[in-house]
Ligand binder design. Structure first.
Ligand code: URA
Length: 235
């Protein structure tokens, strides 16, 4: 693909604007200045520097964000800031989307991508991708509550009881809940139906992919090939 089109595909602006950036000597490719907007390269893995900003080019963007509390997973947030404001402009320009949503007060692992098929696969109930939640409860957790979560609790708008895939008590007021569905406020509603109340919620993993402990709240990084493999069902 030509360099101007590559820059456009990465979210750096219109093709003409990107061509102007190249012609102005503001773009390096793999460490070397390139002033020809028509020069051709393979997109994936290209190391760009655009007006001083290092950028790894990729046909599709896949990333993980350590979602902090106080952010909404919405492009048009109503009460809090948008998680999309935590991303650099080129990623916002190319319209990466959250893979499912976390509540504004939930922290932890949020995946984002501009690959619609990936979003569909990850969120499809048929795929049964497990999501791991570290729950802090307002009241001490009882074995009866954990058992109710394992066997199934009745939620208002659901015809049949919903069971957690896994539920471990991890402390006096904490438990780890594994869910394969992604219903609205599911953890909070299930814990309430079991007779307790969620006072803190953190998603620690999706499939075999853990939130990277090196990411502080608000930070993001690209997903590696190993990370993407960890999101696929085990054979
Ligand atoms: N369940 C909830 O209740 N909230 C979340 O943010 C995620 C799962």
């Amino acid at each position: 693909m030509t360099l101007d089109r590559i820059l456009q595909s990465q979210g750096f602006g219109t093709r003409r604007y990107c061509g102007d950036l190249v012609a102005a000597g503001l773009v390096e490719v793999n460490g070397e200045l390139c002033e020809d907007p028509g020069a051709r390269f393979e997109v994936d893995g290209l190391q760009l520097t655009v007006d001083g900003e290092a950028w790894l080019a990729c046909t599709k963007a896949y990333l993980m964000l350590h979602k902090p509390a106080g952010y909404e997973c919405s492009q048009r947030p109503r009460h809090h800031e948008s998680v999309y404001n935590l991303l650099p402009v080129p990623l916002r320009q190319r319209e990466v989307q959250a893979v499912g949503r976390l509540d504004h007060d939930t922290t932890g692992l949020l995946l984002l991508t501009d690959d619609g098929q990936f979003i569909h696969a990850q969120t499809s109930p048929k795929r049964k991708v497990p999501k791991f939640y570290e729950v802090t409860t307002a009241e001490p957790v009882t074995e009866a509550q954990a058992e109710a979560l394992r066997t199934g609790v009745k939620l208002d708008d659901e015809p049949a009881p919903i069971a957690a895939e896994g539920c471990e008590i991890t402390g006096e007021r904490s438990l780890r809940l594994t869910l394969i569905q992604g219903k609205y406020h599911q953890v909070k509603r299930m814990v309430a139906a079991a007779g307790n109340h969620v006072s803190g919620l953190h998603r620690s993993a999706i499939g075999r992919l853990q939130l990277d402990p090196a990411l502080a709240p608000g930070e993001w990084r690209w997903l590696t090939a190993e990370d993407l493999a960890a999101l696929k069902p085990a054979d």
